[in-house]
Each structure stands twice: as C-alpha cells, then as structure tokens.
Design a binder for this molecule. Structure first.
Ligand code: LMR
Length: 408
C-alpha cells in the first residue's frame, strides 16, 4: 500500500464546535437519571419532552392527507399564503404598511436564514456596512453578520447590577452611531437576558433611531412567548412601522409553532416607498436563488393553514398560552425554592425576566460545576432555558444551584 498523500486541506485548523450544540450532545450522551437540559431554547413539556403543539399535529394530518398535495418546488421567495399572513402577524392586522404594499416578504430558512438573507442584502445594497448588536445577544448574531462582511459593533444592553436593561448606556451608544448605521433590536423576549424595554423605553429608542437616521433590523423569534399576547409582543415592531421607519424584520416560527427542525421563517423589508418593492424583491430573490434555490415547503404549509383560518388561529393562541404559562409557573417555582433554601443572593430577576430564558447571573465556574458535577446543562453565560424546568426536576435544580452558590 502506498503512503497517504498529504491532503490539500492539511493546513486547515480544527476549531471548537458550537458551544450550545455541543452542550446538547453532551446532555443526550449523559446516562445520569436526574440529568436536566436547560441549554437550548426549545420548549419542553412537564415531562421534559419536546411538545408537538396540538394545532400543529392536527394541521399536519390535514396537510399530509390532502389529495392535492405534491412535493414540487416553492417559488424562490416562498409560499405567498405563508409570507402574507406572517407579515400581518408581526406588523399588525391593520398595518398601513402591509396594506399599502410597503413590505417585501421572503420565506427563509427560519430566523437564522432571515438574519442571513437580510444581512447579505444590506452588505450588498445598504450605504452603511456597520451593524450594532446588543451586548449580550443571541450567540449566532455576530457570526451571521461577520460572515457576510458587515462590521459588527455592540451597544450595552444588560445591567449586571440591576439584572435589568442598561437603558441609559444603550441610548448613549446609539447616539454615537453614524448616520445610516444598522441597529439590531430583539423585538421581544430578548435572548439571552429575558429583559425587554418597556413601551415607554421603546418610544425613546425610536426617537434616537429617527434622530440618528439609523436602520432598524428587528429579530423576532419569540412572538407570543414574552407576554403570551401576540400583538403586545410585536408592539415595538408595530410602533416603528407606524412611525414610517424603513426596517427589516426577521421572523422565526421555530419556537411559537414548535417547528424547530422545519426551518420556517420570513424576512420582511419595510420600505417608505412602495415603488422600491419590486426591485428589492428581485434582489432578494437573486440572493436566495444562489444560496438555497427555494425554501422548504412543509413548515410553511402548516403555518399558512393556521394563520389563514380563524378557528385554527384560536387553537394556536391557546397552545401558545399553554407554553408561556407553564414557563411562567416554572419561573415562580425556581425563585420560590431558592428563596426557601435561603440561597445567597437575590432571585426576583427570575420572575421579572420574560420569554424562554432567564439570565441567572451564575458565574461561569458555577455553571461548570452544575454541568460537570450535577448533570444540569446550561450555557456558560448563566442563561437557562426555563422550558427545561418542570415539576419533577425543579427541586433538584434549586438544590444544586444552592450548593454551587454556597460553594459546598
Ligand atoms: C437558542 O438560543 O438556544 C436557540 O435560539 C437555538 C439556537 O439556534 O441558538
């Protein structure tokens, strides 16, 4: 046998895997019977299992038994029966911008695809190539924007002392941005902190965006999870639209429909002049065609059926409430247990934060102990996915947090 030839890829460095997905893999491989998964932002029921929403189950069988169903390609910009109601869901049913044709919508590979397509479009066609993201933010944001050559800067978001919004520092940083710079805002249920601006604070952010002529890039992955009310969770997006701002909205249906693996989402570009719409759509279609040709059909078909039917929509709202209220109940359960145990520190932020996550404030070394000694898997920044807690594991989690905080 001849000796192996040196590969032309021999010089490529091996880099660490994605921390979040590695954590999930470690959890899955762990054989400890009391292991707890508080890592990825994916809903679990009270038994710790993934939950297929009843409305999704129902529509799934309607779609798959539809005799007219085929598996042809979708158009490059996706299923119009999906993108149109998706735009109305986030921009508001009565939205003037939707009615007057100011919105260009394209179906994407969920929220990540929407962020990517929006960023790619801006990298090609926007006058500023600088995007400001919150510190901290979803772990993937920086990578997505750097990948398309945008310059990524950060603005302060989380105040460690109050475990709330660093509002003054955030505004001060936005005031420093240059005319036209892009600013990423989480529409609701901020990932990873669970801290959102109040409506009054959103109004003041909008003033700065207007005065500094910034371009807003909304990311909304948790509509319905923050307050349980779909419109209230889209308040900031709808407020900015009413003010006539040009902006992008990246929308994911992974969490609120539980369609994680179906990669169902959309990018909406809101323009001040509907005359620009045709050109914008054509350029988005060109970018999409070169990358994915056309988006996956199945999840979009399910969401379209639900959003286009009043009765299925009602069922979906009910399912959303099942998820959001179980998470709220778990926030109280964990906070109450830590208080009962007298765990050093204050724990009210667990109930004050909203959405799927709590930013506990646990230091990385304490997180390491929780993972390595106690088989409780959470991100190293102290973020816990509240959906991983349930009535069977919350005592164990509280006791273990208590131990690591006390250094026992
Ligand atoms: C998360 O933050 O846990 C989710 O949004 C999953 C992901 O893709 O990072």
């Amino acid at each position: 046998m001849t000796a192996d030839k040196m590969s032309q890829f021999a010089g490529i460095a091996t880099i660490p895997g994605d921390p979040l997905f590695e954590l999930v893999a470690r959890y899955k491989a762990d054989t400890f019977d009391k292991k707890v998964d508080l890592s990825i932002g994916a809903y679990r029921d009270d038994t710790g299992h993934p939950w297929v929403l009843p409305v999704v189950k129902k529509v799934d069988s309607l779609v798959s038994s539809d005799p007219t169903l085929d598996h042809e390609y979708l158009p490059i910009t996706g299923l119009a029966d999906f993108t149109a109601p998706a735009a109305r869901l986030v921009l508001g049913k009565k939205s003037d911008v939707v009615k007057a044709g100011h919105v260009a919508s394209v179906q994407t590979i969920s929220g990540t695809g929407a962020n990517h397509l929006g960023a790619l479009f801006l990298a090609r066609h926007h006058r500023s190539k600088v995007i400001y993201i919150p510190d901290p933010t979803w772990a993937n944001h920086r990578a997505i924007f750097e990948n398309v050559g945008l310059t990524v800067k950060t603005y302060p978001y989380f105040d460690k002392a109050t475990r709330g919004l660093a509002f003054d520092d955030m505004l001060a940083a936005l005031e420093q941005a240059n005319d036209g710079d892009i600013i990423l805002l989480h529409a609701c249920a901020h990932n990873p902190t669970g801290v959102d601006p109040s409506q009054e604070q959103w109004t003041r952010i909008a003033e700065v965006v207007k005065r500094r002529n910034l371009f807003t890039f909304f990311d909304t992955a948790y509509q319905g999870f923050a307050s349980g009310d779909l419109d209230r969770d889209a308040w900031a997006v709808q407020h900015f639209a009413q003010l006539g701002f040009e902006m992008m909205v990246c929308q994911s249906f992974s969490k609120n429909f539980g369609l994680y693996g179906q990669r169902t989402g959309a990018l909406h570009v809101v323009m001040s002049d509907p005359a620009a719409r045709t050109a914008v759509i054509s350029q988005l279609a060109k970018l999409q065609r070169a990358e994915i040709s056309n988006p996956p059909a199945y999840g979009a078909r399910i969401v379209a059926r639900v959003l286009n039917s009043e009765s299925l929509f009602e069922e979906w709202v009910h399912d959303l409430n099942v998820m959001s209220s179980r998470i709220i109940a778990m926030r109280h359960a964990l906070r109450d247990r830590l208080v009962q145990l007298g765990t050093p520190g204050t724990w009210d932020h667990i109930v004050n934060q909203i959405g799927m996550f709590s930013f506990t404030g646990l230091a990385p070394e304490l997180v390491d102990r929780l993972v390595n000694e106690f088989h409780i898997y959470l991100s190293r920044n102290g973020r816990i996915s509240m959906a991983g807690l349930n009535t069977h594991n919350v005592d164990y989690v509280a006791q273990c947090i208590d131990k690591v905080v006390r250094g026992n």
